[in-house]
Design a protein around this ligand. Structure first.
Ligand code: KG4
Ligand code: ZN
Length: 339
């Protein structure tokens, strides 16, 4: 398609719909002017995201969310020069809603769109505001679906140095929470309850799988067997020990994550480090990253809270980079579920 409107992309609309949050954001001359997120409460009672519900809710939410983002930025649709959209990874039905919406909008408005990798966008959230990390930069990307140690090089080229072999860190929080009777997503609740507990009360397994990779499935099983054994002896065990359990589970996950990040610092010699993704909202992880930075002579970078969990601001920002590189999307492009 020939894009006739103009060649400058000052006003970028970002759209995110990879999982259970519908989000739209507007970036004007490199600055975020709005970032609206419509969350879906419907999944809470199921202990995880129900894909069919997620896509149906995206369909309901996408238009009002985009309208709200435009109005908060004091712009009309006609003012938008380009659109950035999450292409994957994510839930197929969820991605399809946002991606198809954006392709239709791009065609009708005769403005280009760009496809954005959701994981790259989480890492790029570090570069949205004032305090941006120098490159090369080591980023621990921890979300509900992914756990990776990423080396960000010149021109934002990304190399994955380590990743989880099974569950993601966010998933480990959520599944542990489910065993404790907490609702989905459990990460934020464990974070809160952990503040009142003893992090050394209980010990859980974290395997060394070699290199900079992770595995969380063994930890999950060790929590399950431990709880089954204790509940057999005392049916009220979980309720009576909820603070210590949350605190110990959180300590196990955070120490494991940072153990490999520490290794990555030593192996690469890179000393600007950061965290990104939903689990980067975790208070112990944020605090421990700063400690690790002090101990290794590194500088720690943490994105603003609202840019950690899924949001379209990071998509719009990643879109700016792709537009500068003229990597436009095509109407024949399809979504993908895995990286
Ligand atoms: O990045 P994100 O919003 O969505 C995905 O791309 O997956 O991450 C969601 C994950 C969930 O697993 C949620 O439990 C976790 O981030 N999370 C947290 C906290 N806030 C969100 N985990 C631990 N502590 C938190 N404060
Ligand atoms: Zn995410």
């Amino acid at each position: 398609m020939e894009y006739t409107k103009n060649n400058s992309h000052n006003n970028i609309l970002g759209v995110e719909s990879s999982c259970d949050d519908t989000s739209a954001a507007v970036l004007v001359n490199g600055k975020i002017c709005s970032n609206v997120i419509a969350s879906q409460k419907v999944h809470e009672e199921f202990g995880g995201v129900v894909p069919e519900w997620a896509s149906r809710k995206h369909q309901q939410n996408i238009l009002p969310t985009v309208k709200s983002a435009l109005s908060k930025a004091n712009l009309n649709l006609q003012d938008i020069d380009a659109i950035a959209c999450t292409q994957g990874p994510g839930l197929m039905g969820s991605l399809l809603v946002g991606h198809t919406f954006v392709k239709g909008l791009s065609m009708s408005m005769e403005v280009p769109f760009v496809n954005i990798n959701h994981l790259d966008a989480h890492v790029l959230a570090h570069f949205i505001d004032e305090e941006i990390p120098p490159l090369p930069f080591l980023c621990l990307l921890v979300s509900g679906g992914h756990t990776q140690i990423v080396l960000v090089k010149e021109n934002y080229q990304m190399q994955i140095l380590g990743k989880t072999m099974d569950d993601a860190a966010g998933e480990a929080f959520d599944k542990a929470g489910k065993m404790l009777g907490l609702s989905y997503p459990s990460g934020p609740q464990i974070d809160q309850l952990a503040k009142k507990g003893n992090p050394n009360a209980f010990k859980f397994n974290t395997p060394n799988v070699g290199g900079l990779d992770y595995s969380f499935s063994g930890m999950k099983t060790s929590i399950l067997y431990f709880l089954q054994k204790e509940v057999k002896k005392n049916p009220n065990f979980i309720d009576e020990n909820i603070y210590d359990l949350c605190s110990s589970i959180q300590r196990t996950i955070v120490s494991y994550l940072l153990f490999n990040l520490n290794r990555a610092i030593k192996e690469t010699g890179v000393n600007s480090i950061g965290i990104a993704g939903g689990v980067a909202a975790n208070s112990e992880l944020r605090c421990s990253l700063k400690k690790l930075a002090r101990n290794t002579g590194s500088e720690a970078y943490i994105p603003k809270f609202e840019y950690c969990t899924d949001n379209a601001a990071m998509i719009a920002f990643a879109g700016k980079i792709k537009l500068e590189q003229k990597q436009f999307g095509k109407l024949t492009d399809v979504c993908y579920t895995r990286k």
